[in-house]
Design a protein around this ligand. Structure first.
Ligand code: ADP
Ligand code: MG
Length: 245
């Protein structure tokens, strides 16, 4: 059964066909990487799936429901999560408070309930921090965290929504190679434990080939390959885009 179905999705900006008639499916439990050179259309594709950007044409379906035309918040409620960059926004709050806020939002409760150091959802928030290896940092101000740790908090916040599909556009941007590996390994472990699907973009080919169940390749708005690491690596169209051979 396929969880997410994308059919002939297109988006142009002026004369630029950022995403051009793209179709692919994601099955439940799949850990799927989307790769492609800068400007290939990856972020545009992500932004259409999560509803931030309206498609020009084409359709997106998730668990039998049509996502195209829905607002980001409606898509989020249907179980399609994404990572947000929290660093700038919630730096003055502690780590656990950031996750508590996400749980308040997920429960549909008012942010007006919120008081710093309050106990709303604290236990659940600590559990999520435990899962991303950050429980020991729970009561530190978020702004004090190292960059790689902020990325783990972003993951905990995304998981607070209990997504069945999680979208991660460049989750390891700006991280050192070892950290990239650790974060993607962590995401994959959580995905397997929870039985959810992930679509992520990642620049490091080593990380992609090591962890992704399947890889789709975009180039200039087109989907040029879709398969496992071996088939994608050997694909002449992919080699041409990446190595010019
Ligand atoms: P990627 O994430 O693969 O690097 P993007 O989806 O960000 O690629 O961009 C695809 C193409 O669309 C690029 O040519 C980019 O310049 C263009 N583009 C993306 N967003 C916008 C926008 N908001 N306005 C105009 N052009 C855009
Ligand atoms: Mg991008």
């Amino acid at each position: 059964m396929s969880d997410l179905s994308i059919r002939s999705l297109s988006k142009a900006f002026g004369g630029v066909r950022a995403v051009n008639e793209i179709s692919f499916d994601i099955k439940r439990g799949e850990f799927l990487a989307m790769i492609g050179p800068n400007g290939a259309g990856k972020s545009t594709c992500f932004n259409m799936i999560n509803g931030q950007l309206a498609a020009d044409s084409g359709e997106i379906w998730f668990e039998g429901k049509r996502l195209t035309g829905l607002k980001p918040r409606e898509i989020w409620r249907l179980g399609v999560g994404r990572t947000f960059q929290v660093a700038a926004t919630f730096g003055s709050m502690t780590v656990v408070e950031n996750v508590q806020m996400a749980l308040i939002s997920h429960a549909g409760e008012s942010y007006r309930l919120w008081r710093p150091a309050a106990s709303f959802h604290r236990e659940r928030a600590l559990e999520l921090l435990d899962q991303v290896g950050m429980r020991a940092h729970a009561d530190r101000p978020s702004r004090e965290l190292a960059y790689g740790d902020v990325k783990r908090i972003e993951l905990a916040i995304a998981l607070a929504n209990d997504p069945r599909l999680l979208l991660m556009d460049e989750p390891t941007a700006g991280m050192a190679p070892g950290e990239r590996n650790d974060l993607i390994a962590l995401v994959k472990r959580l995905v397997i434990e929870r039985g959810i699907s992930v679509l992520f973009t990642e620049h490091s080919m080593d990380v992609v080939f090591a962890f992704a169940d399947r890889i789709i390749v975009l180039a200039r708005g087109r989907l040029i390959a879709d398969g496992d690491a071996n088939s994608v690596r050997a694909d002449p169209k992919v080699r041409e885009v990446y190595f010019g051979t």
